[in-house]
Design a protein around this ligand. Structure first.
Ligand code: NAD
Ligand code: GLY
Length: 366
């Protein structure tokens, strides 16, 4: 039996349908949310090999005139060039403002196809079929879409909610272990920021989760989506609360940037960022030694990194946060946990305290 998480945003409300095998049924599910006849199914050449035919077949059986559009794999496709190529494909497929874009892939395909849908003919229907754990628990939900510029990531984009998210946990069977762990880092994040029961569930079921036990995967995806839905319902455009979803990301983004985006995948950098943040929280926001140990232990058991490698200097990370204009007068706004399941946004964390927390994990602290 599947789970449905509803995200309540007035006229932009939608369901997130989580069910093993739902990819093969995506056409009839999508039929219920859009009057579109024509649609563009955007994917990439990795995802294509297993999932394009089932998705396309299901769309055609449901009566859609569906055209596939296959991108190369990689973050570089979140570009103006690829965006333009999607617009041209839509025109070629005679998709008008009553048409629909469907993203079948990870966060890269979802962000790019979502931005294409948001902007083509001033916005057409959009559906997400996320195929990485990160996309299933995070990027497909909440409406952030966009592309990168050479000056930085996600600099052009729009808040644009999909009409539906179809999550088939079975597609994770082809995902490599590293990408699975990276998505799992975001699930750990939800436990720390919002839900102590989820965190305890992860501690108790980690072996089954990494064996892709379908009950466990469906549970952690559904709980993660419910948390994200709850946050986004309260603050769709990130004027306050939504910033808690960035827990671990301030240092995480800096680590990705100083290593040229090719050494850590996003979730790995977030894992290190969370280790730094809980250490900082231990001295700033009352996060106990016991809680720090639980977080580090879960990161280790997940085989996620939690130390900053010795060749990356603390100063280079702080400098990167400065360039990002996140640091003002040597203080920075930071999301810090008070206990597992509860965070707060602290406006005035001294950069020197962050530097100390970064340095802590260079020492042999096991
Ligand atoms: P990704 O889309 O690059 O996917 C990771 C890799 O897995 C790729 O090589 C992809 O081809 C492959 N893949 C996808 N599904 C697969 C499957 N089922 N089996 C085998 N391989 C598969 O990366 P990601 O981690 O999913 O997403 C990262 C992107 O998401 C970044 O661009 C980031 O900026 C964005 N993001 C967006 C939001 C948001 O709210 N919109 C949130 C977080 C991240
Ligand atoms: N990934 C953070 C957000 O969607 O706000």
């Amino acid at each position: 039996m599947g789970h449905t998480v509803h995200i309540n945003l007035g006229e932009r409300s939608y369901d997130i349908r989580i069910e093993a095998g739902s990819l093969a049924d995506c056409g009839s599910l999508i039929k219920t949310v859009t009057p579109a006849k024509r649609c563009l199914l955007v994917t990439n050449d990795v995802v294509k090999q297993w999932y394009l035919e089932p998705a396309l077949g299901s769309l055609k059986s449901a009566g859609f005139d569906a055209s596939p559009f296959v991108l190369p794999d990689g973050e570089h496709v979140k570009s103006l060039n690829c965006l333009e190529s999607i617009y041209h494909a839509m025109i070629e497929a005679r998709i008008d403002r009553h048409g629909c874009v469907i993203a079948l892939g990870g966060g890269v395909v979802g962000d790019l196809a979502g931005f294409a849908a948001a902007t083509y003919m001033r916005g057409i229907d959009f559906v997400q079929i996320p195929t990485t754990l990160l996309a299933q628990v995070d990027s497909s939900v909440g409406g952030k879409t966009g592309i990168n510029l050479r000056e930085g990531k996600n600099l052009v984009g729009a808040f644009y909610q999909p009409r539906l998210v179809v999550i088939d946990p079975d597609v994770l069977s082809t995902l490599d272990g590293r990408q699975l762990r990276a998505g799992f880092a975001e699930v750990i994040k939800y436990g720390i920021i919002y839900d102590a029961d989820l965190f305890a569930y992860l501690e108790d079921h980690i072996e089954r989760i990494f064996k892709l036990d379908s009950t466990c995967i469906a549970h952690i995806v559904a709980v993660s989506c419910s948390i994200k839905a709850d946050v986004v319902e309260q603050d769709e455009r990130e004027s306050g609360l939504r910033a808690i979803l960035n827990f671990g990301h301030t240092v995480g983004h800096a680590i990705e940037a100083v290593t040229g985006y090719d050494r850590f995948v996003h979730g790995e950098a977030v894992a290190v960022g969370m280790a730094v943040a809980v250490t900082l929280a231990n001295s700033v926001s009352g996060f106990t030694d016991g809680c720090v140990k639980r977080v580090i232990s879960l990161l280790k058991r997940s085989q996620l990194p939690y130390r900053i490698p010795s060749d990356i200097s603390t100063e280079s990370i702080i400098e990167c946060m400065r360039k990002d204009k996140k640091v003002k007068n040597d203080i920075i706004r930071f999301v810090l946990p008070e206990r597992i399941g509860k965070v707060k946004i602290v406006d005035d964390v001294p950069v020197s305290a962050i530097a100390r927390a970064i340095d802590f994990y260079r020492s042999d602290c096991d």
